[in-house]
Design a binder for this molecule. Structure first.
Ligand code: PEP
Ligand code: MN
Length: 349
């Protein structure tokens, strides 16, 4: 059962609901959005009359939700939720694009990419410092040094930073430097990590697992939300199928399905979905058309020498062309995009 509070309900009103539920032996999970608080009640909810909760002050609606994901369900929040990352809003009319190299390789390289993607109108900078590589012999990322490089670029180019956290052990360190914490496909069901992220005051981007069903993906989001973090952005990055021409298969229908099932914003990563840079543009366009709330694209100035994911990285000039193309069609889909910058706005010399 979930209790949807009226917009900007007081803490006192929320406490009245949670006290009543706890007195009936139910456990309570609070999800505080920008506007509304939603209270999930778990346990034998037959004990409590929905009418008794509905009658409490500042309660908007009391719903029995049949899906296993209750706080993530659109039933409880028919209007999509918005997630703020720095000054950027995901889930509204904007169509933000996150861009950057797969891995932070050096300060010089990140600086070059950050400058180029900022000029092209990217809303956030990506770069992995802790990399989940298939082979233990592949580049594993620069770790803390990579986070510091990201933090400098964030300051210099005034771009929020997105980076992956792989383990609860690194969480504090990564959260100190990142504006949006990425949970990678391989960790989508790392439940200890998800529970820890529930207690962090940073938004989380949850990538879909390699072989995860939509239901499992939304239940993973529910782990974050029921542990206290309602600032969740979903990211479709392709799933494993029998098709091997592309690295993964971009499940475009999942975007439309998730938009119906959940109020959470959902973005698309056409780089990992295809593994091929020449397919990024058509699939990015398709993502915009199908109703995604943004994109994440890998960009590298010399993909042939990239330490990770070169074949699926766009050259900076191709990224700029992609942004021009998206900007042209976005208005016809009622989406707005950040303008191209004429010069990088550096806050440091
Ligand atoms: C990445 O974003 O670089 C990454 C490793 O993504 P995924 O978890 O989707 O494979
Ligand atoms: Mn990558």
């Amino acid at each position: 059962m979930i209790v949807v509070m009226k917009p900007h309900a007081s803490d006192e009103a929320v406490k009245r609901v949670t006290d009543r539920a706890e007195a009936s032996g139910l456990s309570v999970h609070l999800s505080r959005g920008e506007e509304r608080t939603i209270i999930g009640l778990i346990g034998d909810v037959r004990i409590i009359e929905p009418e008794s909760l509905q009658a409490l002050p500042e309660v908007d609606r009391v719903l029995r939700i049949m899906e296993p994901y209750k706080l993530a369900s659109r039933q409880g929040q028919p209007t999509g939720s918005k997630v703020r990352v720095g000054q950027v809003i995901f889930g509204g009319s904007d169509f933000p694009v996150i861009a950057g190299p797969c891995a932070v390789e050096s300060a010089e390289l990140l600086d070059e990419v950050a400058k180029a993607v900022k000029l092209a109108g990217a809303s956030a900078l990506r770069g992995g410092a802790f990399k989940p590589r298939t082979s233990p012999y592949s580049f594993q990322g620069l770790g803390e040094e990579g986070l510091k490089i990201l933090a400098r670029a964030r300051h210099q180019y005034d771009l929020p930073v997105v980076t992956e956290v792989m383990s609860p052990l690194e969480l504090e360190m990564v959260a100190e430097h990142a504006d949006l914490l990425q949970v990678g496909a391989r960790n989508m069901q790392n439940f200890s990590l998800l529970k820890e992220l529930g207690g962090v005051r940073r938004p989380v981007m949850l990538k879909r697992g390699l072989s995860a069903s939509i239901d499992e993906w939304l239940q993973a989001a529910e782990y974050l939300m029921s542990s206290g973090n309602s600032q969740v952005i979903l990211c479709e990055r392709g799933i494993r199928t029998f098709e091997t021409y592309t690295r993964n298969t971009l499940d475009l229908s999942a975007i439309a399905v998730v938009k119906q099932l959940s109020h959470l914003p959902v973005i698309v990563d056409p780089s990992h979905a295809t593994g091929r840079r020449e397919l990024i543009k058509p699939l990015a366009m398709a993502a915009l058309a199908v109703g995604a709330d943004g994109l994440m694209v890998e960009v590298h100035p010399c993909p042939a020498n990239a330490l990770a994911d070169g074949p699926q990285s766009l050259l900076p000039e191709d990224f700029s062309h992609l942004m021009d193309d998206l900007r042209r069609i976005a208005p016809s889909l009622d989406r707005t995009m950040a303008h191209k910058e004429t010069k990088p706005s550096c806050s440091a010399p």
